[in-house]
Ligand binder design. Structure first.
Ligand code: UD1
Length: 379
């Protein structure tokens, strides 16, 4: 079997690394496609280095642009490239524009698509990622879900149970594979922060492109910075807006985006992480660090029910209270979430090797009702 594995932006790289390892271990030939959606060394190159990713077989270098321009650039380049290779399937991860773009192209060429991290829904179609999720899941042949809530979302959209597989989370695979190396780096010593510090990551358009909102959140965090210093690895989108609006960030330890290992180590060490990222909500759950999410919703509700994550929306008193509560409690306990055990990628490749779901392929026990389908699949 030969597959194309697509990565385009920062949150994709740690997801494809375990998939490539699992493919290699099972004799599946994997071609790595980098769309070039992210291109700075801090957003892409450094991740290839620390994750031990091979050079991409092809890099489309699409870069930044409007959503349509970026998506279209990936689609045209991917379609051309697929004309030059034979692949049995295309694997896409997450919810970035590259994920959706490659899915549409492969689906129209009749190449089956596997979506890793299927079924996550924030129920907010103003988020570009939500549009990408819905389109990708509608078209993909295999839908690999991280948690039961994601499976329920897919069933609620009328997706056939045979396409849906609860396999766990490749983010956990990468984290468990890397955490020992990350700890050895002790990056907090480089930033010269005391024993207790907070960590900030903010990059979503709904927050950082709204200057008034961004300014209010930063002002609130500045106020909290008297209790603990905040280290703030700043995303290029956020930096551009901070500079444009001349916002005061002097109270923070402002640094370039960190590579995967340093960021994992900083998350584990931090007393609290304030974020609007999806992946960070998951990583803090796995690491046992309190996470305060500055969003109205999350497509990862399991991190909230696991107890490590608090959604505060754009309500500043709630942000203050949640950070204050995290700082007063000491470390959280790592969450134990079914199948977030480091073996998700192996399950995924095993399922791919079993072949695409067809009506004949579906064991009768799986073609059953929503309530027991998931349990039955992994009984
Ligand atoms: C993208 C993803 C988002 C993901 C995020 C992680 C979509 C719709 N969004 O958002 O889901 O959480 O990546 O970072 O796919 N830029 C650079 N260097 C880079 C990349 C971007 O300077 O290597 C700057 C450019 O000015 C660009 C801006 O950052 O316009 C935003 O980049 P873009 O890829 O459009 O979206 P992200 O906000 O990074």
């Amino acid at each position: 079997m030969r597959v194309a594995v697509v990565a385009g932006a920062r949150p994709n790289f740690m997801k494809v690394a375990p998939l490539l390892r699992a493919c290699a271990a099972r004799g599946v030939e994997a071609l790595l496609v980098h769309t070039g959606q992210h291109y700075d060394s801090t957003m892409s190159g450094s991740f290839f280095d620390v994750l031990g990713l091979p050079d991409a077989d092809i890099n489309f270098g699409v870069g930044s642009g409007t959503h349509a321009a970026q998506t279209a650039g990936v689609m045209v380049a991917f379609e051309n490239w697929l004309g030059t290779v034979d692949v049995d399937a295309v694997l896409v991860v997450g919810d970035v524009n590259s994920t959706m773009a490659c899915t549409i192209v492969a689906a129209k060429l009749g190449i089956p698509v596997a979506h890793v991290e299927a079924g996550l829904r924030a129920f907010d179609r103003t988020m570009p990622e939500e549009v990408n999720r819905v389109v990708t899941d509608a078209l993909a042949t295999w839908l690999f879900a991280t948690s039961q809530d994601a499976v329920a979302n897919l069933f609620a959209e009328g997706i056939e149970p045979a396409r849906v597989h609860l396999v766990g989370n490749v983010m956990a695979d990468s984290l468990f594979h890397s955490i020992e190396r990350a700890r050895l780096r002790r990056p907090w010593e480089v930033f010269d922060v005391p024993e207790r510090f907070g960590l900030i990551t903010l990059h979503r358009p709904a927050l950082v492109d709204d200057i008034e909102r961004l300014s209010t959140v930063l002002e609130t965090l500045r106020g909290l910075g008297t209790d603990v210093p905040f280290v703030f690895p700043i995303h290029p989108r956020t930096r551009a807006n901070v500079v444009r609006a001349n916002l005061d960030v002097s109270a923070f330890h402002l640094i370039e985006p960190l590579d995967y290992l340093d960021f994992l180590a900083m998350q584990e060490r931090a007393s609290v992480v304030v974020t609007d990222s999806g992946g960070v909500q998951e990583e803090t759950s796995l690491l046992g660090t309190w996470c305060v999410t500055v969003r109205e919703n999350t497509e990862r509700p399991i991190t909230v029910t696991a107890g490590t994550n608090t959604l505060v929306g754009f309500d500043m008193p709630r942000l203050q209270a949640a950070v204050g509560s995290a700082l007063s409690k000491g470390d959280a306990l790592p969450a134990v979430i079914p199948m977030w055990d480091g073996k998700a990628a192996e399950r995924i490749v095993d399922i791919l090797l079993a072949g695409a779901p067809t009506p004949e392929w579906i064991p009768p026990a799986l073609a059953i009702t929503e309530g027991n389908a998931v349990d039955a699949m992994f009984a």
